[in-house]
Design a protein around this ligand. Sequence first.
Ligand code: KIV
Ligand code: ZN
Length: 388
Amino acid sequence: MSQRVYIFDTTLRDGEQSPGCSMTVPEKLKVGAKLVDLGVDILEAGFPIASQGDFDAVQAVSQEFPWVQVAALARCTKMDIERAAQSLSTAKRPRIHTFMATSDIHLKFKFKKSREQVLEDIVNSIRLARQYCDDVEFSAEDASRTDLDYLELVSREAVAAGARTINLPDTVGYSVPSEYAVMIGRIVKALGDTAIVSVHCHDDLGLAVANSLAAVEAGARQIECTINGIGERAGNCSLEEIVMIFKTRNDKAPFTTGIRTEHLYAASQALTSCISFGPQPNKAIVGENAFAHEAGIHQDGYLKNKSTYEIIDPKSVGVPEGRLVLGKHSGRHALKQRCSDLGYGDLSKEELDAVYQGFTALADRVKGVRNEAIADLCREATSARQPA
Ligand code: KIV
Ligand code: ZN
């Protein structure tokens, strides 16, 4: 089995549909351009039946980036599928992504339909989608809470009806890795090489990335994920985290993607500029503090050799250098280095003492001392120097 994992980005669909994240068509094009730079394999640009904006976004993204595979979401209804097909009518590499819930909870409370009726709707919808598009993906919504025998039957029938990708979402973020891996492994075995098994994990228990990793280990070869992990409720599997796991721990997770990781930070920043919040400061890979070392012991070790406290080279994910945050836990060594970076590499012992005293007084009052303030202290400490 190939170790290449396809990255299906749903920042512009699942991500966009969460509170504070709606984007206009120009904003979707701006973020879309960054996703293209990153090299995502499939770019889900919207849910065309949901709004005219979503319809226009799918059309605009597929026209702007004709070489990219663009997906449009549709429920298993004639109206949705035709609308998705229409939005993709000028796309060079269209994918219709149709979905229907398969768990008994959803069948009972949402659809009030039997398993047989739901299976029939799924098969008919996939056949209809195939009339418009060769590349059809089916998602069994709430797969992780679906009876496994029924899920296997649905997956087999979906492939027989023409789906090429079977996505098995943990829609409510309920699964744990060992359990999710069993489900994925069973469907991978049942489908063999007739379809790609895909995963789509939500983060309600903080396990979206772990579940996606477990799924890939069990044979899934497509991951649905988003930049900054945005998405419904607690969000989706974070693209930057799962990709960097494969890159950083390839010894334990020997999978490859087509992602050019040095574009990760720019993609995260572009998204942040279009929605109403950014990643939390301690967010892995793209958070403000992801590569910041404040504790003196850490800074000292880091300055001697970065590998002491850094497992990822910030440049490999596009993060600019010079992000050591100096605060009250920082030591003289880190301060001396910063003074030098700021052009004061020739401080005498007395001058450095004066800067250090001023710095610790400031650090007691503020969280993180800015470079400007340190430069001021250096200027003050060296102001008494005799002209050469
Ligand atoms: O979470 C989910 O189940 C979804 C599907 C529409 C793929 O977003
Ligand atoms: Zn979702």
